[in-house]
Design a protein. Structure first.
Length: 149
């Protein structure tokens, strides 16, 4: 099974039902759907140690330098199964930095604990302001329809 991403095909596991596709900024992220039970370090040394890096020829604008040189970077975080791709820039070094930053952001996002929201009632002041705004809008509409005689 393949998935389209930036005018190229990306190989997707036959166990596709275990994965979730996320399209962000024109790139395809395929990540395992699983509850994060362990915390993963997001500092650069840990990411370099726990990630496999793959280079590939990126397509798109950038001329001969971009089309002939392997400037695209794909990081695979082994513990979480998260895959991040960076192809925006013409240099492999800049794409590598962007990929590590994106991997850290994604891991922090996956590990963030959502606090449950509590339902609250509108305050008396906000209720009064809302009603005053509605009264003014209604008055303005009524004045539009009244013919000057």
């Amino acid at each position: 099974m393949t998935a389209q991403s930036d005018l190229r095909s990306t190989r997707v596991s036959p166990n596709f039902h275990l994965y979730r596709c996320i399209v962000t900024r024109g790139m395809l992220f395929v990540e395992k759907e699983m509850g994060v039970t362990e915390l993963h370090a997001t500092d650069r040394e840990s990411l370099e140690r726990d990630s496999d890096m793959e280079f590939f020829i990126a397509s798109g604008p950038g001329g001969q330098h971009r089309n002939k040189v392997e400037t695209g970077v794909r990081l695979h975080h082994r513990p979480s199964g998260l895959i991040v791709t960076a192809v925006e820039r013409r240099s492999q070094h800049a794409n590598r930095e962007a990929a590590y930053e994106r991997m850290a952001e994604r891991l922090e996002e996956l590990q963030r604990v959502e606090t449950p929201r509590h339902a609250t009632r509108p305050t008396m002041g906000s209720r009064t302001r809302r009603l005053e705004t509605k009264k003014r809008a209604g008055l303005r509409k009524r004045l539009r329809s009244v013919s000057p005689e």
